[in-house]
Design a binder for this molecule. Structure first.
Ligand code: XUL
Ligand code: CO
Length: 434
């Protein structure tokens, strides 16, 4: 028996359904732009937010009661695994994601922690077989334990680097064992709180070496999934090195990791960096490094990572359009890196959150489909750049023009006439299709 056993199995009921836990839009087998809806979205449950978070905040104690929050740690972890799969089975989404420390307790040594992880993996493997739920990605928690307070790979102490390396080795092998499709590195403590004690050049070199070691080990063990870095500009540290997509791209180039590592883009991390979510997705796609998405939303009035479930399909339609334009996420997916609020203390709240979240994504995908099928947005964009498709534009890009020849061209031609960007007309098209 688990605490989730009394929850109903979530079913598709269509837009007119009256059951609050029925799906209105997420119809996993519906064909959207030639692909099943589930294959576009590949939704995933985050083990940490759904089964580990307790409602604890900087001002107050845990509010969510779960039986596995107490008792002998290994027995509690096994109980948590059974409950997690009972929940996910009822929800019916295809994937989950986890940190090593979400699923298994930390032991007294790196060796003991690995043994504990292996014990729980056995249970998780059985549950995955039973339910058919797959692993989107695994990761290592390199930020909670005090040993990582000054960073993991970027720690001033190489012994901490080695400890983190051991942890990532075990978590990567665990991900491989469970058939995970990606492995994520989020550098929560890879940054600084003050420049007064920080050597930026050393820390960049350390982080670059660490990522190269991870890639080397991936190939050594035959893991065919994708290594992903998750950008975030700040929180928990004042400044994090993986600030945003463009910054991480520079890091990949600098450390010769291009082609080996892609990005996991999170909505609320994009907004923390002062970008829109769609900007980060479009930037990653244009640079060829779009990997996966952590889906959530921030609060427009708060400047921190509130990790709320998405609930506004119109807001999400432009990020979704960028995913569709990129041809989808490949082996990636949309992982709900989102948590229920501290006052949401009934287990039903967790189901409502995911049902609303996945329906919002489905609605956003349907809006993106309408925009693509309508075609006016793409046509307007193509027309805007049409000059670059022939004559002068092609010669410039091919490198056959010089400042000298361009000056001659400009001096002999009539000055170019400004043309409207038509922003309001385009915004109206999108709004009318939403
Ligand atoms: C933290 C965050 C993490 C990563 C995985 O802001 O997003 O949960 O997704 O470590
Ligand atoms: Co995340």
């Amino acid at each position: 028996m688990t605490v989730f056993d009394h929850l109903p199995y979530v079913r598709f009921g269509g837009p007119d359904a009256t059951d609050p836990l029925a799906l209105r839009y997420y119809d996993k087998d519906l064909t959207v732009l030639g692909r099943r809806m589930e294959d576009w979205l590949r939704p995933s449950v985050a083990y940490w937010h759904s089964f580990v978070a307790s409602g604890l905040d900087p001002f107050g104690s845990p509010t969510h009661e779960r039986p596995w929050f107490q008792g002998e740690p290994l027995a509690a972890a096994l109980m948590k695994a059974d409950a997690a799969f009972a929940f996910m089975e009822r929800l019916g989404l295809p994937f989950f994601c986890f940190h090593d420390r979400d699923v298994a307790p930390e032991g007294d040594s790196a060796r003991q922690s690995k043994a504990l992880l292996d014990r729980v993996l056995e249970r998780i493997e059985g549950q995955m077989q039973r339910t058919g739920i797959r692993l989107l990605w695994g990761t290592a928690n390199l930020f909670s334990h005090p040993r990582y307070m000054a960073g993991a790979a970027t720690n001033p102490d190489p012994a901490v680097f080695a400890f983190a390396a051991a942890q990532v080795k075990h978590a990567l092998e665990a991900t491989h064992r469970l058939g995970g499709r990606n492995y994520v590195l989020w550098g929560g403590r890879e940054g600084y709180d003050t420049l007064l004690n920080t050597d930026l050049a050393r820390e960049d070199a350390q982080l670059g070496r660490f990522m190269n070691l991870v890639v080397e080990h991936k190939h050594r063990i035959g893991f065919t999934g994708t290594i992903l870095i998750e950008p975030k500009p700040m929180e928990p540290t004042k400044h994090q090195y993986d600030r945003d997509v463009a910054t991480v791209y520079g890091f990949l180039v600098r450390h010769k990791l291009l082609g080996e590592v892609k990005l996991n883009i999170e909505a609320n991390h994009a907004t923390l960096a002062g970008h829109s979510f769609e900007h980060e997705i479009a930037t990653a796609a244009s640079l060829g490094v779009l990997g996966s998405v952590d889906i959530n939303r921030g609060d427009p009035q708060n400047g921190w990572d509130t990790d709320q479930f998405p609930n506004n399909a119109q807001d999400l339609s432009l990020p979704m359009l960028e995913v569709v334009r990129a041809g989808g996420l490949g082996d990636g997916g949309f992982n709900f890196d989102a948590k229920i609020r501290r006052q949401s203390i009934d287990v039903e709240d967790l189901l409502h959150a995911h049902v609303g979240g996945v329906d919002t994504m489905a609605r956003a995908l349907l809006i993106a489909e309408r925009i693509v099928l309508d075609g006016r947005l793409d046509a307007a964009r193509a027309e805007r750049y049409a000059g670059w498709d022939g004559g002068l534009g092609q010669r410039i890009l091919a490198g056959t023009e010089s400042l000298q020849t361009l000056a001659e061209h400009a001096e002999n031609a009539a000055p170019p006439a400004p043309r409207s960007g038509r922003q309001e007309a385009l915004e109206n098209w999108v709004a009318r299709l939403s």
